[in-house]
Design a protein around this ligand. Structure first.
Ligand SMILES: [Zn+2]
Length: 303
């Protein structure tokens, strides 16, 4: 039944795709409606939009060469808005990105999901323990339950910046965040911080509901995995909000592939990189541009 409805949906989608391609030919590469097809762990992306770096949003160097920079417009706008909001509160803060989806979606090494343009990995905002200055690490860095960066003494998870990020993700009007995977002790630290700073109960409850540590996968102690819901109207075209069967980015029993040399607890090939000295983690640059700066990722006019 499910397979049948999926194939019907895919057939429908291919008609839309054909029409979209015609549209794209008429309007240029940027034309054509973006479609998220299938499941996050068994899907594809049509007319995916490429995320562009901004002063507040950069791919971490370890992921700089990845072609997985594509997503639905709402995901790109979400990241853009959220990183700006953090930088308004913490001038100079830069959100470090990992992978999104491939240009046409489908399977990506080191991920079970990230197939349909609605998943993204984002690094934690980290600070120096002495002085509290924010920094921009060269790759995702794993934190322990106390929030300390395991491999780099003197660096730590910043509850303030990361809670501000979560607040921005949950408040966003262009995208509905569906789930956020993160290591349970860091989730607890964020919720404790939110209570301490007097965040509204409703927001804390929503954050608690959306954040989880996937039970049968990497603990997500070096990044957040963020997934958004299907774009409005696309469920009818074959977009499914959640992963098929039991494989939510490895969350349902499918272990995430990782290189043998990678340290335990990470889903990312980049973690096999040699340990980098702390000075490779550059301090946050001075604030650049204003909130009115060009917004290359904001292409979310309602469809
Ligand atoms: Zn992920």
């Amino acid at each position: 039944m499910l397979a049948r409805s999926l194939s019907t949906a895919l057939a429908l989608a291919s008609v839309v795709v054909t029409l979209s391609v015609v549209g794209a030919a008429a309007t240029g590469v940027a034309g054509g409606r973006t479609l998220s097809i299938g499941y996050p762990n068994a899907g594809k992306l049509v007319n995916g939009r490429r995320l562009r770096e901004t002063p507040t949003l950069r791919f971490v160097p370890a992921h700089a060469k990845s072609p997985a920079r594509y997503g639905v417009p709402a995901l790109l706008a979400l990241l853009d808005h959220a990183s700006r909001r953090v930088a308004r509160r913490y001038p100079g803060a830069v959100l470090g990105l990992g992978e999104l989806s491939a240009e046409h979606g489908g399977r990506l090494a080191a991920h079970h999901s990230h197939q349909s343009g609605r998943d993204v990995d984002v690094g934690f905002y980290l600070v120096r323990e002495r002085g509290g200055r924010g920094l921009y690490p060269p790759r995702f860095l794993a934190c322990d339950g106390d929030g300390k960066v395991k491999s780099e003494p003197g660096l730590r998870f910043d509850e303030g910046r990361n809670w501000t990020l979560l607040t921005a993700l949950l408040d966003d009007r262009t995208a509905q965040v569906r789930s956020i995977f993160v290591y349970a002790p860091l989730r607890a630290r964020l919720l404790a911080h939110a209570e301490k700073v007097g965040a509204p109960r409703e927001l804390r409850d929503r954050a608690a509901m959306l954040m989880s540590q996937p039970p049968h996968a990497a603990p997500h102690d070096d990044h957040f995995h963020v997934r958004i819901a299907c774009p409005p109207g696309q469920a009818a075209l074959g977009c499914f909000d959640d992963s098929r069967a039991r494989g939510v980015d490895g969350a349902g029993g499918l272990p995430v592939a990782r290189p043998a040399a990678a340290p335990a607890g990470s889903a990312h090939a980049s973690d096999a990189l040699p340990r980098l000295p702390p000075h490779d983690a550059s301090d946050e640059p001075p604030p650049a541009g204003g909130d009115d700066a060009d917004d290359p990722n904001d292409d979310t006019t309602p469809e």
